[in-house]
Design a protein around this ligand. Structure first.
Ligand code: FMN
Length: 354
C-alpha cells in the first residue's frame, strides 16, 4: 500500500496527522532538577507549530541514578508533572501528538546531583541485584503513569544506544547468568516493563520502544532484534522505532549525510522487521534528509519517518515540505549539536546568523 507523507496514520487508537516524526532529541537545557523551563517548553511549541505529526521528547530519566547529563528532562518525581503538562498542552493545541521518551542511563549515567565525572559507582546491566532490577521496572511503570497524568499521548521506552535497557538486550553488555541473562533474560525486563505499564495506564495510551541493532559483530543482528520485538508485541507494545548502535558514535548519529546519496542508514533493518511484521507500525530514523527519500521509505511499507538533526536546524521543515518547497533539509549532518557541550543548538545556524 502506498502511503503519503501528509496522510494520517495510527498507533493503536491514536490518530496522527502526518507521517513525519521528531525523533527523541535530548535538549540538555532543562532545570538541574530535571524540570521543564521556558526554554525547553518553547522548543516543543516551535516544533508543533512547524507542522510535525508526532513528537518524541528527549529522553527523561526515570530515577535520579539513571540521569545521563545535566539539563536532561526528568520524570522521576511527581514534581516533574506540572511542566510536562504545559508541553503536552501546547503541542496538542497545534494538532501534533507527543510521546515522552523514558530512560535509565545504565553504565552511561551521571546521577542527579553530580556534575561531569563522578566517583560514584555507576552500574550497567550486569551490576544490578534482582531487588534493584525490580525497582528499575517499577520506576519505568511509574514514569509512564506520570506521563499520562501530564497529558502525553503515550511513552517511548528508550531501548537503544547502549543505555540501560539496551545493555540488558545486548549479549555484549549482558553476561548475567540469572533469569535476566541470555536472549530470553535480556528481553525479560523490557517485557515486564511493557506489561506493567499496560496494566497501569488507560487503554488508549500508546506504548512504544526505540531499539537498534548492535554494531559489534557479537551483538544483536536484525534477526535478534526481530525476536525481541515479537516478544514485546506479545507483552502489549504498540509501535517500534528502528535505530542503531551506541550514541553518539558514528553508527547512531552518522555524519556527512548527503541527500539522495547516503540517506536512511537504518532502512535495511527497518524493512527486514517490516517484512516479518507487515501489520505492525514501524518508524525508521537515521539520516533522512529529502522528501523523495521519505516518500520512498513510506512506499516500501514503513509507517512513518523520524528526523532529529534536521529539526534542530529547521523546526518548520514539515510545513516547508507540506507547502511544496521540496528542497532537502538544510542540515549538513556535522553532528556538532550532539558533540558539543551545553544546551543542544544548531551551530551552523548560529554561525550563519552572525
Ligand atoms: C543532539 C541529539 C540528541 C539526541 N538525543 C536522543 C535522545 O534523547 N534519545 C534518543 O533515543 N536518541 C537521541 N538522539 C538520536 C536521534 O534521535 C536519532 O536517532 C539520530 O540523531 C539519527 O537521526 P538524524 O540523522 O535524523 O539526526 C539524539 C541525537 C542528537 C543529534
Amino acid at each position: 500500500m502506498e502511503r503519503e507523507l501528509f496522510s494520517t496514520w495510527t498507533i493503536g487508537s491514536l490518530e496522527i496527522k502526518n507521517r513525519l516524526v521528531r525523533s527523541a532529541t535530548g535538549e540538555r537545557n532543562a532545570e538541574a532538577t530535571g524540570e521543564v523551563n521556558d526554554e525547553i517548553a518553547n522548543i516543543y511549541k516551535t516544533l508543533a507549530e512547524g507542522g510535525i505529526g508526532l513528537i518524541i521528547t528527549g529522553h527523561a530519566f526515570v530515577s535520579p541514578d539513571g540521569r545521563t547529563k545535566e539539563g536532561q528532562l526528568g520524570i522521576h518525581d511527581d514534581y516533574c508533572i506540572d511542566g510536562l503538562t504545559k508541553i503536552a498542552g501546547t503541542v496538542h493545541a497545534s494538532g501534533s501528538r507527543i510521546l515522552l521518551q523514558i530512560s535509565h542511563g545504565g553504565s552511561r549515567s551521571q546521577p542527579l546531583g553530580t556534575k561531569g565525572n563522578t566517583d560514584r559507582a555507576i552500574k550497567g546491566a550486569n551490576d544490578f541485584s534482582l531487588k534493584e532490577i525490580e525497582k528499575i521496572r517499577s520506576n519505568f511503570i511509574t514514569a509512564a503513569a506520570r506521563a499520562e497524568k501530564a497529558g502525553f499521548d503515550g511513552i517511548q521506552i528508550h531501548g537503544a544506544h547502549r543505555y540501560l535497557l539496551s545493555e540488558f538486550l545486548s549479549p555484549v553488555t549482558n553476561t548475567r547468568n540469572d533469569e535476566y541473562g541470555g536472549r530470553n533474560g535480556g528481553t525479560r525486563l523490557i517485557k515486564d516493563i511493557i506489561k506493567g505499564i499496560r496494566s497501569s495506564v488507560s487503554e488508549g495510551f500508546v506504548v512504544t520502544i526505540k531499539v537498534g541493532t548492535d554494531i559489534d559483530e557479537n551483538g544483536n543482528n536484525q534477526n535478534d532484534l526481530l525476536l525481541s520485538i515479537e516478544d514485546f508485541i506479545k507483552a502489549g507494545l504498540d509501535c517500534v522505532e528502528i535505530s542503531k548502535g551506541i550514541a553518539p558514535l558514528d553508527s547512531t548519529v552518522k555524519e556527512k549525510i548527503k541527500p539522495h546519496i547516503n540517506e536512511a542508514y537504518n532502512l535495511d533493518v527497518a524493512l527486514y522487521i517490516k517484512n516479518h511484521l507487515p501489520d505492525f507500525p514501524i518508524i525508521v530514523v537515521g539520516g533522512i534528509r529529502s522528501i523523495e527519500t521519505a516518500e520512498d521509505i513510506l512506499r516500501q511499507g514503513i509507517n512513518a519517518v523520524a528526523l532529529c538533526r534536521p529539526l534542530i536546524m529547521e523546526p518548520d521543515l514539515p510545513y516547508r515540505w507540506m507547502e511544496n518547497d521540496r528542497r532537502p533539509a538544510t542540515c549538513i549532518s556535522c553532528a556538532r549539536c550532539i558533540m558539543e557541550n551545553g544546551p543542544v543548538i544548531c551551530h551552523i545556524k548560529k554561525a550563519l546568523k552572525k
